[in-house]
Design a protein around this ligand. Structure first.
Ligand code: FE2
Length: 380
Protein backbone atom coordinates (compact mmCIF):
# COMPACT_ATOMS: atom_id res chain seq x y z
CA UNK A 1 0.00 0.00 0.00
CA UNK A 2 1.40 3.35 -0.90
CA UNK A 3 -0.33 6.50 0.11
CA UNK A 4 1.63 9.68 0.32
CA UNK A 5 0.36 10.00 3.87
CA UNK A 6 1.30 6.77 5.54
CA UNK A 7 -1.39 5.48 7.86
CA UNK A 8 -0.32 6.12 11.40
CA UNK A 9 0.45 3.14 13.38
CA UNK A 10 1.41 2.39 16.89
CA UNK A 11 1.71 -1.30 16.21
CA UNK A 12 4.12 -3.18 18.33
CA UNK A 13 7.00 -5.44 17.67
CA UNK A 14 5.94 -8.42 15.63
CA UNK A 15 8.29 -11.24 16.20
CA UNK A 16 7.39 -14.67 15.02
CA UNK A 17 10.26 -17.04 15.51
CA UNK A 18 9.73 -20.50 14.12
CA UNK A 19 13.17 -21.96 14.02
CA UNK A 20 13.08 -25.69 14.41
CA UNK A 21 15.67 -25.58 17.16
CA UNK A 22 15.11 -22.23 18.78
CA UNK A 23 14.92 -21.76 22.51
CA UNK A 24 11.84 -20.43 24.24
CA UNK A 25 12.06 -16.96 25.70
CA UNK A 26 9.86 -13.99 26.29
CA UNK A 27 10.33 -10.47 27.43
CA UNK A 28 8.09 -7.69 28.56
CA UNK A 29 7.77 -4.66 26.31
CA UNK A 30 5.95 -1.51 27.33
CA UNK A 31 4.49 0.62 24.59
CA UNK A 32 2.62 3.85 24.91
CA UNK A 33 1.21 6.37 22.49
CA UNK A 34 -0.24 9.83 22.61
CA UNK A 35 -3.88 8.67 22.55
CA UNK A 36 -3.86 7.66 26.17
CA UNK A 37 -3.24 4.02 25.39
CA UNK A 38 -0.54 2.20 27.21
CA UNK A 39 0.01 -1.48 26.89
CA UNK A 40 2.25 -4.15 28.14
CA UNK A 41 2.84 -6.66 25.42
CA UNK A 42 4.75 -9.87 25.45
CA UNK A 43 7.29 -10.03 22.69
CA UNK A 44 6.75 -13.75 22.43
CA UNK A 45 8.19 -16.08 19.88
CA UNK A 46 5.58 -18.68 19.15
CA UNK A 47 6.97 -22.09 19.92
CA UNK A 48 5.06 -24.89 18.23
CA UNK A 49 5.78 -28.56 18.62
CA UNK A 50 6.61 -28.44 14.93
CA UNK A 51 9.31 -25.91 15.72
CA UNK A 52 11.24 -28.75 17.31
CA UNK A 53 11.19 -30.84 14.19
CA UNK A 54 8.37 -33.34 14.88
CA UNK A 55 5.76 -31.71 12.69
CA UNK A 56 2.77 -33.81 11.67
CA UNK A 57 2.20 -32.70 8.07
CA UNK A 58 3.12 -29.44 6.36
CA UNK A 59 3.29 -26.18 8.24
CA UNK A 60 1.74 -23.15 6.55
CA UNK A 61 3.46 -19.78 6.84
CA UNK A 62 1.94 -16.49 5.71
CA UNK A 63 3.33 -13.11 4.72
CA UNK A 64 2.15 -10.13 2.68
CA UNK A 65 3.58 -6.90 1.33
CA UNK A 66 7.16 -8.04 0.79
CA UNK A 67 8.02 -4.93 -1.28
CA UNK A 68 11.39 -6.29 -2.30
CA UNK A 69 12.08 -3.20 -4.40
CA UNK A 70 13.61 -2.13 -1.09
CA UNK A 71 17.06 -3.67 -0.71
CA UNK A 72 16.45 -4.38 2.99
CA UNK A 73 13.35 -6.39 2.12
CA UNK A 74 15.05 -8.38 -0.64
CA UNK A 75 17.85 -9.11 1.82
CA UNK A 76 15.21 -10.34 4.28
CA UNK A 77 13.97 -12.87 1.70
CA UNK A 78 17.53 -13.94 0.87
CA UNK A 79 18.19 -14.51 4.57
CA UNK A 80 15.25 -16.90 5.05
CA UNK A 81 16.59 -20.36 5.82
CA UNK A 82 17.13 -22.70 2.88
CA UNK A 83 16.75 -25.67 5.24
CA UNK A 84 14.02 -24.94 7.80
CA UNK A 85 11.04 -24.67 5.44
CA UNK A 86 11.78 -27.50 3.00
CA UNK A 87 8.52 -29.35 3.83
CA UNK A 88 6.41 -26.25 4.33
CA UNK A 89 3.90 -24.07 2.53
CA UNK A 90 4.14 -20.27 2.15
CA UNK A 91 1.19 -18.04 1.24
CA UNK A 92 2.25 -14.70 -0.25
CA UNK A 93 -0.69 -12.27 -0.07
CA UNK A 94 0.44 -9.79 -2.74
CA UNK A 95 2.65 -6.74 -3.21
CA UNK A 96 5.86 -8.62 -3.86
CA UNK A 97 7.61 -6.01 -6.05
CA UNK A 98 6.96 -3.19 -8.45
CA UNK A 99 9.04 -4.57 -11.34
CA UNK A 100 8.69 -7.92 -13.06
CA UNK A 101 12.43 -8.55 -12.70
CA UNK A 102 12.42 -8.15 -8.92
CA UNK A 103 9.17 -10.12 -8.67
CA UNK A 104 10.75 -13.03 -10.55
CA UNK A 105 13.90 -12.99 -8.40
CA UNK A 106 11.88 -12.84 -5.18
CA UNK A 107 9.46 -15.62 -6.03
CA UNK A 108 12.32 -17.83 -7.22
CA UNK A 109 14.11 -17.32 -3.89
CA UNK A 110 10.94 -18.24 -1.99
CA UNK A 111 10.34 -21.29 -4.16
CA UNK A 112 13.86 -22.51 -3.36
CA UNK A 113 13.05 -22.30 0.34
CA UNK A 114 9.50 -23.72 0.56
CA UNK A 115 7.94 -26.94 -0.74
CA UNK A 116 4.84 -25.05 -1.91
CA UNK A 117 4.41 -21.32 -2.53
CA UNK A 118 0.96 -19.81 -3.25
CA UNK A 119 0.53 -16.23 -4.47
CA UNK A 120 -2.11 -13.62 -5.33
CA UNK A 121 -1.15 -10.31 -7.00
CA UNK A 122 -1.36 -7.00 -5.17
CA UNK A 123 -1.70 -3.50 -6.58
CA UNK A 124 2.05 -2.76 -6.56
CA UNK A 125 2.72 -5.91 -8.57
CA UNK A 126 0.58 -4.44 -11.39
CA UNK A 127 2.28 -1.05 -11.57
CA UNK A 128 3.68 -0.30 -15.03
CA UNK A 129 5.48 2.98 -14.40
CA UNK A 130 8.99 1.44 -14.34
CA UNK A 131 8.40 -1.24 -16.95
CA UNK A 132 9.00 0.90 -20.06
CA UNK A 133 6.99 -0.47 -22.98
CA UNK A 134 7.09 -4.08 -21.78
CA UNK A 135 3.34 -4.20 -21.13
CA UNK A 136 0.38 -2.67 -22.91
CA UNK A 137 -1.36 -2.32 -19.57
CA UNK A 138 -1.60 -3.68 -16.03
CA UNK A 139 -3.80 -6.55 -17.18
CA UNK A 140 -1.08 -7.80 -19.51
CA UNK A 141 1.40 -7.55 -16.64
CA UNK A 142 -1.04 -9.48 -14.42
CA UNK A 143 -1.10 -12.34 -16.94
CA UNK A 144 2.71 -12.25 -17.30
CA UNK A 145 3.05 -12.57 -13.52
CA UNK A 146 0.76 -15.61 -13.50
CA UNK A 147 2.82 -17.13 -16.36
CA UNK A 148 6.01 -16.49 -14.37
CA UNK A 149 4.48 -18.25 -11.38
CA UNK A 150 3.70 -21.27 -13.53
CA UNK A 151 7.32 -21.39 -14.72
CA UNK A 152 8.76 -21.11 -11.22
CA UNK A 153 6.26 -23.58 -9.75
CA UNK A 154 4.30 -21.06 -7.68
CA UNK A 155 0.60 -21.89 -7.28
CA UNK A 156 -2.02 -19.27 -8.16
CA UNK A 157 -4.99 -21.64 -8.18
CA UNK A 158 -6.90 -23.46 -5.44
CA UNK A 159 -5.34 -26.73 -4.34
CA UNK A 160 -5.52 -29.22 -1.46
CA UNK A 161 -2.32 -29.87 0.45
CA UNK A 162 -3.16 -32.98 2.44
CA UNK A 163 -6.40 -32.26 4.34
CA UNK A 164 -5.92 -28.51 4.06
CA UNK A 165 -7.56 -26.57 1.22
CA UNK A 166 -5.69 -23.44 0.09
CA UNK A 167 -7.64 -21.00 -2.07
CA UNK A 168 -6.04 -17.86 -3.57
CA UNK A 169 -8.68 -15.22 -4.43
CA UNK A 170 -8.16 -12.43 -6.96
CA UNK A 171 -9.56 -9.05 -5.95
CA UNK A 172 -9.32 -5.27 -6.27
CA UNK A 173 -10.67 -2.44 -4.14
CA UNK A 174 -13.58 -0.08 -4.82
CA UNK A 175 -14.47 3.20 -3.14
CA UNK A 176 -18.00 2.12 -2.13
CA UNK A 177 -16.46 -0.54 0.13
CA UNK A 178 -16.18 2.29 2.67
CA UNK A 179 -19.53 2.49 4.48
CA UNK A 180 -18.46 4.57 7.49
CA UNK A 181 -19.02 8.28 8.03
CA UNK A 182 -16.51 10.57 6.33
CA UNK A 183 -14.26 13.00 8.16
CA UNK A 184 -15.22 16.52 7.13
CA UNK A 185 -13.86 20.00 7.80
CA UNK A 186 -10.22 19.18 7.03
CA UNK A 187 -8.13 19.58 3.90
CA UNK A 188 -7.51 15.90 3.21
CA UNK A 189 -5.95 15.09 -0.19
CA UNK A 190 -8.06 13.29 -2.79
CA UNK A 191 -7.60 9.61 -3.58
CA UNK A 192 -6.02 10.53 -6.92
CA UNK A 193 -3.44 12.68 -5.16
CA UNK A 194 -2.68 10.28 -2.35
CA UNK A 195 -2.80 6.86 -4.02
CA UNK A 196 -0.16 6.03 -6.61
CA UNK A 197 -2.27 3.29 -8.19
CA UNK A 198 -4.21 6.00 -10.03
CA UNK A 199 -1.03 6.88 -11.95
CA UNK A 200 1.18 3.80 -11.80
CA UNK A 201 -1.39 1.31 -13.17
CA UNK A 202 -2.78 1.42 -16.72
CA UNK A 203 -6.11 -0.23 -17.46
CA UNK A 204 -7.80 -1.07 -20.75
CA UNK A 205 -11.10 0.59 -21.70
CA UNK A 206 -13.92 -0.39 -19.39
CA UNK A 207 -11.72 -0.89 -16.33
CA UNK A 208 -10.95 1.96 -13.95
CA UNK A 209 -9.54 2.59 -10.52
CA UNK A 210 -12.29 5.13 -9.94
CA UNK A 211 -15.31 2.79 -9.93
CA UNK A 212 -16.35 -0.78 -9.12
CA UNK A 213 -15.25 -2.27 -12.47
CA UNK A 214 -11.86 -3.61 -11.33
CA UNK A 215 -13.35 -5.17 -8.23
CA UNK A 216 -15.97 -7.02 -10.32
CA UNK A 217 -13.45 -7.98 -13.02
CA UNK A 218 -10.96 -9.60 -10.65
CA UNK A 219 -13.66 -11.27 -8.56
CA UNK A 220 -15.16 -12.89 -11.69
CA UNK A 221 -11.79 -14.54 -12.42
CA UNK A 222 -12.35 -16.64 -9.30
CA UNK A 223 -15.35 -18.35 -10.97
CA UNK A 224 -12.89 -20.46 -12.98
CA UNK A 225 -11.82 -22.34 -9.86
CA UNK A 226 -15.27 -23.02 -8.41
CA UNK A 227 -15.19 -26.75 -9.32
CA UNK A 228 -11.89 -27.23 -7.47
CA UNK A 229 -13.24 -25.17 -4.58
CA UNK A 230 -16.34 -27.40 -4.36
CA UNK A 231 -14.09 -30.45 -4.13
CA UNK A 232 -12.02 -28.78 -1.41
CA UNK A 233 -15.21 -27.94 0.52
CA UNK A 234 -16.22 -31.61 0.38
CA UNK A 235 -12.90 -33.20 1.25
CA UNK A 236 -10.77 -30.84 3.35
CA UNK A 237 -10.81 -30.55 7.15
CA UNK A 238 -9.55 -26.96 7.12
CA UNK A 239 -9.67 -24.20 4.50
CA UNK A 240 -7.47 -21.12 4.15
CA UNK A 241 -8.56 -18.53 1.60
CA UNK A 242 -6.29 -15.58 0.90
CA UNK A 243 -6.33 -12.28 -0.98
CA UNK A 244 -4.26 -9.12 -1.18
CA UNK A 245 -7.14 -6.75 -0.46
CA UNK A 246 -9.28 -6.37 2.64
CA UNK A 247 -12.65 -8.16 2.80
CA UNK A 248 -14.31 -6.24 5.67
CA UNK A 249 -14.04 -2.68 6.88
CA UNK A 250 -13.72 -3.85 10.51
CA UNK A 251 -10.30 -5.18 9.54
CA UNK A 252 -8.95 -1.63 9.27
CA UNK A 253 -8.78 1.06 12.00
CA UNK A 254 -11.48 3.74 11.99
CA UNK A 255 -10.90 6.82 9.83
CA UNK A 256 -10.24 9.16 12.75
CA UNK A 257 -7.28 6.98 13.74
CA UNK A 258 -5.64 6.95 10.30
CA UNK A 259 -2.98 9.32 9.04
CA UNK A 260 -4.84 9.22 5.73
CA UNK A 261 -8.51 9.12 6.79
CA UNK A 262 -9.69 8.23 3.27
CA UNK A 263 -7.70 5.00 3.34
CA UNK A 264 -10.81 2.74 3.66
CA UNK A 265 -11.86 3.87 0.15
CA UNK A 266 -8.83 2.20 -1.46
CA UNK A 267 -8.41 -1.04 0.43
CA UNK A 268 -11.27 -3.46 0.11
CA UNK A 269 -13.94 -5.25 -1.82
CA UNK A 270 -17.50 -6.32 -0.99
CA UNK A 271 -17.37 -9.02 -3.69
CA UNK A 272 -14.32 -10.45 -1.95
CA UNK A 273 -16.19 -10.88 1.34
CA UNK A 274 -19.16 -12.42 -0.54
CA UNK A 275 -16.74 -14.82 -2.21
CA UNK A 276 -15.12 -15.73 1.11
CA UNK A 277 -18.55 -16.38 2.68
CA UNK A 278 -19.59 -18.51 -0.31
CA UNK A 279 -16.62 -20.73 0.49
CA UNK A 280 -16.55 -20.78 4.29
CA UNK A 281 -20.28 -20.21 4.91
CA UNK A 282 -22.11 -17.25 6.48
CA UNK A 283 -20.87 -18.25 9.94
CA UNK A 284 -17.64 -20.01 8.98
CA UNK A 285 -17.11 -23.76 8.91
CA UNK A 286 -17.58 -25.90 11.99
CA UNK A 287 -14.76 -26.46 14.50
CA UNK A 288 -13.10 -23.10 13.80
CA UNK A 289 -11.71 -24.49 10.57
CA UNK A 290 -12.06 -21.30 8.46
CA UNK A 291 -9.36 -18.72 7.97
CA UNK A 292 -8.77 -15.87 5.55
CA UNK A 293 -5.37 -14.20 5.08
CA UNK A 294 -5.05 -10.73 3.56
CA UNK A 295 -2.56 -7.85 3.15
CA UNK A 296 -2.37 -4.34 1.68
CA UNK A 297 -2.84 -2.05 4.72
CA UNK A 298 0.36 -3.12 6.49
CA UNK A 299 -1.46 -3.47 9.82
CA UNK A 300 -0.78 -6.76 11.58
CA UNK A 301 -4.20 -8.24 12.33
CA UNK A 302 -5.66 -11.39 13.86
CA UNK A 303 -9.37 -11.43 14.67
CA UNK A 304 -12.39 -13.69 14.33
CA UNK A 305 -15.46 -12.09 12.72
CA UNK A 306 -18.67 -14.10 12.23
CA UNK A 307 -16.88 -17.43 12.55
CA UNK A 308 -13.95 -16.74 10.22
CA UNK A 309 -10.43 -15.92 11.44
CA UNK A 310 -8.87 -13.03 9.50
CA UNK A 311 -5.07 -12.64 9.59
CA UNK A 312 -2.64 -10.11 8.17
CA UNK A 313 1.13 -10.57 8.69
CA UNK A 314 2.90 -7.96 6.55
CA UNK A 315 6.62 -7.45 6.13
CA UNK A 316 5.86 -3.81 5.11
CA UNK A 317 8.39 -1.07 4.34
CA UNK A 318 11.71 -0.81 6.19
CA UNK A 319 10.68 2.59 7.55
CA UNK A 320 7.41 1.15 8.85
CA UNK A 321 9.21 -1.67 10.59
CA UNK A 322 11.47 0.85 12.26
CA UNK A 323 8.66 3.20 13.25
CA UNK A 324 6.26 0.51 14.32
CA UNK A 325 8.89 -1.75 15.79
CA UNK A 326 7.40 -4.60 13.75
CA UNK A 327 10.57 -6.51 14.43
CA UNK A 328 13.17 -5.63 11.83
CA UNK A 329 15.52 -8.32 10.76
CA UNK A 330 14.33 -10.86 13.33
CA UNK A 331 10.81 -10.95 11.92
CA UNK A 332 9.90 -14.18 10.13
CA UNK A 333 6.79 -15.32 8.24
CA UNK A 334 3.96 -16.15 10.62
CA UNK A 335 3.25 -19.86 11.10
CA UNK A 336 -0.54 -20.06 10.76
CA UNK A 337 -1.00 -23.82 10.59
CA UNK A 338 0.96 -26.74 11.99
CA UNK A 339 0.26 -30.26 13.23
CA UNK A 340 -3.04 -30.19 11.29
CA UNK A 341 -4.37 -27.26 13.30
CA UNK A 342 -4.39 -23.49 13.27
CA UNK A 343 -1.81 -21.87 15.50
CA UNK A 344 -2.32 -19.39 18.31
CA UNK A 345 -2.93 -15.76 17.49
CA UNK A 346 -0.33 -13.61 15.80
CA UNK A 347 1.15 -11.44 18.50
CA UNK A 348 1.48 -8.55 18.87
CA UNK A 349 -1.28 -7.07 16.71
CA UNK A 350 -1.92 -3.63 18.11
CA UNK A 351 -5.08 -2.65 16.27
CA UNK A 352 -6.93 -5.96 16.32
CA UNK A 353 -6.07 -6.22 20.02
CA UNK A 354 -7.39 -2.67 20.47
CA UNK A 355 -10.69 -3.53 18.78
CA UNK A 356 -11.04 -6.75 20.75
CA UNK A 357 -11.71 -4.59 23.84
CA UNK A 358 -12.88 -1.25 22.37
CA UNK A 359 -16.06 -0.99 20.31
CA UNK A 360 -15.84 0.59 16.89
CA UNK A 361 -17.38 4.10 16.87
CA UNK A 362 -17.59 5.12 13.21
CA UNK A 363 -20.03 7.96 14.03
CA UNK A 364 -17.20 9.61 16.00
CA UNK A 365 -15.37 11.74 13.40
CA UNK A 366 -13.16 13.71 15.77
CA UNK A 367 -9.63 13.12 14.53
CA UNK A 368 -7.24 11.43 16.92
CA UNK A 369 -4.64 13.94 18.16
CA UNK A 370 -1.81 12.44 16.13
CA UNK A 371 -3.93 12.82 12.97
CA UNK A 372 -5.45 16.24 13.76
CA UNK A 373 -2.06 17.91 14.02
CA UNK A 374 -1.30 16.71 10.54
CA UNK A 375 -4.19 18.46 8.74
CA UNK A 376 -5.34 22.06 8.33
CA UNK A 377 -9.02 22.85 8.84
CA UNK A 378 -11.08 24.03 5.89
CA UNK A 379 -11.62 27.77 5.77
CA UNK A 380 -15.20 28.69 6.64
FE1 FE2 B 1 -1.17 -3.23 -1.64
Amino acid sequence: MVVRFSPFSVTLSQQSHHRRRSSCFSKQVTVSCSYGMKRNELERPQILSSALGNSDGSRVFVVSDLHTDYDENLKWVECLSTVNYKDDVLLVAGDVAETYKTFFVTMSLLRERFEHVFYVPGNHDLWCRREGKNYVDSLEKFNKLLDACKRIGVETNAKAVGALGIIPLFSWYHESFDKEKDITGYRIPSLEMACKDFHACNWPNGLSNGDISLSLYFDALNDKQMEVIKEIQKTCDHIITFSHFVPRQELCPEKRMLFYPKLPKIIGSDSLEDRIRSIHGAHGRKDASSCHVFGHTHFSWDAVVDGIRYVQAPLAYPRERKRRMIGGENWLPFCLYADKNFSNRLNPCFWSNYYSVNPRKPHDTKLAPWVARFYKKNKV
